[in-house]
Ligand binder design. Structure first.
Ligand code: BGC
Length: 770
């Protein structure tokens, strides 16, 4: 852990500059607006350790696969989120000396991420080796209204000198990915153009032909007075800048306002992208800094008005949940069905920025409750559009007749993960996609989705499962051989309980969905059956046989669901017995040692218990929780939230609270010692789940919302909002009781602590504790 950030309800604050923490802070203070994002690099030159990261949504690079030993079925490339040309740069020279925090003394350094307003700020005093002392103040945001616009205000005030200050605003396209497999650069530059007061670069990816155009325009003010400029222009092949120099007296503030436009060929024609960039930059410039900021802050206020969670009495917990919600809302805004949510969002390169099962298993519940249904629907349609590729992917692995295996990692529907134990075996991702459809339909009531897009995806997935099982003559049961469950500290196991349970659930749900569509729209049903060449009697008979005869490993003695066959042969030691110095074990142990140990990276059986909780009694949930929690190391960010929800379920509120802190402050306090690589964006949705589904006990029961709230003793109260079908509900839980306000929509009937209540529109319900 590394706890260097100050606790505050609305801001993340770093006081004092420690270069050792800089890369971590670059991740934590990242900004995004759904359309683009960037790590919190400094605007001015910095020669210390930094991970440059400027990202444009949907723009990626298929980097040629690099593996030790090629295996049939491996993909040709790994899709990488692409480090794009950077537009934030403003070099600053003070009487000829370059301002560089790695080379000068810094005091009063404060970096602040204002999450309420979506603004990154920094102030510090620099003492340069030429003896000049100056105060620097910066403010930066990526407009969430004009999502192609970024804005910086950067000011310098001499504290002990009169002299010359140079600003060199620039765009630099000489960038590369630090994870480039063959140390290649991925961009060709098409245009670099420097004009007086503005500059542009258009770059094109070496493969796939994505074009990106970055433009900038700027003004300089002295003590609020706009200055005339006569810039020196630089127009290199990959770099464009303007240099402006001013005489400044002690205590006068020199401020540059830099407006940037970031456009991609996803949204602009390649032939017009440069012209369009001129227009975007010009219109941002015309709007001006004040107006851009005002609109941006207002839109954030609107976002917070239906996604905020307020916790009274615990600043660390409050800051953490806001940080998680803020980062999710910066990463994905849901308007564009071509986009998805990479595990690191716009905050780093790891994981390739592509789509994982994380989206369906973790992000979908968050967006379902905090946004309009279209947002989740777009996430589902993304997978629908990739169905054909999932069928081709399965065909490559030998599956037939429309069986679909969705990729473990993807940008465009093609698999790009290349570790055999994951690519070929971590197939539970298929089930998460089916479950997300179920979740969407039960939460929104949009059953029509099944007719339009859902059913063919479900059938493809179920066809895959029905071919992936093997009938074991020895067991007289169907078995699922050679899989990797969610717990990636086990590979190539037989009969992973979670995967098998999910597979048969898919088979049942697909049949329910088929029955529904047949009933509601017979023509459409017949059309789907014929398009998919579906042999109803034969295929469903096989599915039902598998459902009835599936093998699930169980420990005879305790009745615990076994993670996989043979799990009990392992030496049964507990996480508390491990020396903290060797954690995380994946940074200290050989892989075979990890595989032979009983230690669990992330929720696996408990992931299944969480998904299918309504099928188990409390005793079963408790038994499995008590067995698996002490063996789980939570070395995947996706883990503590699920354990926290189950701890709440069984009433172990103390544990639920500690796991909540772990999940919510995972990045802020760097539990897994890897925040410098980027943030764990997808698991942040799990943090939200651990409050709303965990402490709040929110479920959907028979098509109705159900709440069973508890409150950790550390909190005075907490409140959250939930969109459910046509309603927006505001739920407040305190030691005294629970209040629910029906803020939007018609009358609603819901369950509160298992009793049914009706709340009229615009009214509220208060239940006081006995
Ligand atoms: C986890 C996976 C997850 C991936 C991306 C891995 O460490 O084990 O379950 O999909 O990270 O978040």
């Amino acid at each position: 852990m590394n706890e260097y950030l100050k606790h505050d309800e609305w801001c993340v604050i770093e006081e004092g500059f420690n270069p050792e923490n800089h890369r971590s802070s670059e991740s934590i203070f990242s900004l995004g607006n759904g359309n683009m994002g960037q790590r919190a690099m400094f605007e001015e030159h910095y020669s210390g350790k930094t991970l440059q990261g400027t990202y444009v949504a949907g723009v990626y690079y298929p980097d040629k696969t690099r593996v030790g030993w090629w295996k049939n079925g491996y993909p040709e490339y790994f899709a990488k989120v692409l480090n794009a040309p950077t537009w934030i740069g403003i070099d600053v020279k003070i009487n000829g000396e370059m301002l560089d925090l790695a080379k000068c003394e810094t005091s009063d350094f404060v970096r602040t991420l204002n999450m309420k307003e979506g603004v990154l700020e920094r102030t510090f005093i620099a003492s340069m080796s030429n003896g000049n002392k100056l105060k620097v103040e910066t403010k930066r945001f990526l407009s969430i209204v004009d999502t192609e616009v970024g804005m910086i205000r950067y000011s310098v005030t001499p504290l002990n000198f009169d002299g010359k200050i140079k600003f060199i605003p620039y765009i630099d396209a000489d960038v590369m990915n630090s994870d480039s497999n063959y140390d290649e650069k991925f961009w060709d530059i098409l245009v670099s153009k420097s004009l007086s007061g503005e500059a542009y670069i258009t770059a094109k990816t070496k493969k796939l032909d994505f074009h990106v155009c970055m433009g900038m325009k700027y003004d300089v003010y002295k003590d609020g007075q706009k200055l005339e400029m006569n810039p020196a222009l630089t127009e290199d092949a990959k770099y464009v800048s303007n240099t402006v120099e001013f005489e400044v007296e002690q205590d006068e503030e020199l401020a540059i306002y830099k407006y940037a436009g970031v456009l991609s060929s996803l949204n602009h024609s390649k032939s017009e992208i440069l012209n369009d960039a001129h227009k975007v930059v010009a219109s941002a410039y015309e709007k001006g800094y004040g107006k851009l900021l005002e609109e941006h802050v207002a839109r954030w206020a609107d976002k917070w008005s239906h996604s905020d969670i307020v916790i009274e009495g615990d600043v660390a917990a409050q800051q953490a949940i806001r940080f998680n919600i803020f980062q999710l809302n910066q990463t994905y805004t849901g308007e564009d069905e071509r986009l998805n949510i990479g595990p690191k969002g716009f905050t780093g390169e790891k994981y390739g920025g592509s789509t994982y099962w994380d989206t369906e298993a973790y992000c979908v519940p968050f967006y379902l409750s905090t946004s309009k249904p279209e947002v989740t629907r777009n996430l589902l349609i993304y997978r629908h559009k990739h169905l054909q590729r999932a069928i081709e992917n399965a065909a490559k692995l030998g599956f037939t007749d429309g069986a679909a295996l969705y990729p473990m990692v993807t940008m465009n529907g093609e698999e790009c993960h290349n570790e055999w134990e994951i690519t070929f075996e971590e197939i539970h991702r298929n089930g998460a996609i089916a479950f997300a459809i179920y979740n969407y339909v039960r939460h929104t009531g949009d059953q029509k989705y099944l007719e339009e897009y859902g059913l063919d995806v479900l059938i493809g997935i179920t066809r895959f499962w029905s071919q992936r099982v093997t009938y074991s003559q020895a067991k007289k049961k169907y078995v699922m051989l050679g899989v990797t469950g969610p717990n990636e500290y086990e590979n190539n196991v037989n009969n992973n309980w979670y995967t098998s349970t999910l597979a048969t659930w898919c088979m049942k749900y697909t049949q329910e969905a088929m029955a529904f569509v047949k009933e509601s729209n017979t023509n459409r049903f017949n059309e789907i059956m014929s398009d998919l060449n579906f042999d109803f009697n034969q295929e469903t008979a096989k599915w039902n046989d598998i459902i009835e005869n599936m093998y699930y490993p169980i420990d005879e003695e305790t009745g615990v669901f076994l993670q996989q066959e043979g799990y009990m042969d392992k030496e049964q030691i507990l996480a508390v017995d491990l020396d903290p110095k060797i954690r995380p074990i994946n940074q200290h142990w050989s892989w075979d040692r990890i595989l032979r140990s009983c230690f669990i990276k992330q929720a696996d059986v408990l992931q299944g218990v969480y998904l299918f909780e309504d099928k188990f009694d409390l005793e079963t949930i408790q038994k499995n929780y008590d067995f698996y929690e002490p063996r789980t190391l939570h070395e995947s960010s996706l883990s503590p939230c699920i354990h926290s929800i189950l701890a709440s379920k069984i009433g172990d509120i103390e544990r639920a609270y500690n796991l909540y802190l772990r999940t919510s402050r995972l990045d802020l306090d760097d539990y897994n010692k890897e925040v410098h690589e980027g943030l764990h964006i997808t698991s942040m949705a799990g943090t939200w789940m651990s409050i709303v589904e965990g402490f709040g006990g929110m479920r959907v029961v028979n098509g109705k919302l159900s709440l069973n709230p508890l409150i950790p003793k550390e909190w005075k109260s907490y409140s959250f909002k939930v969109r459910f079908r046509g309603n927006l509900l505001n739920v407040r839980v305190s030691e005294e009781g629970v209040g629910v306000i029906n803020e939007e929509g018609e009358n609603i009937t819901l369950f509160l602590q298992d009793d049914e209540y009706k709340i009229e529109k615009s009214s509220s319900l208060v239940i006081e504790n006995a």
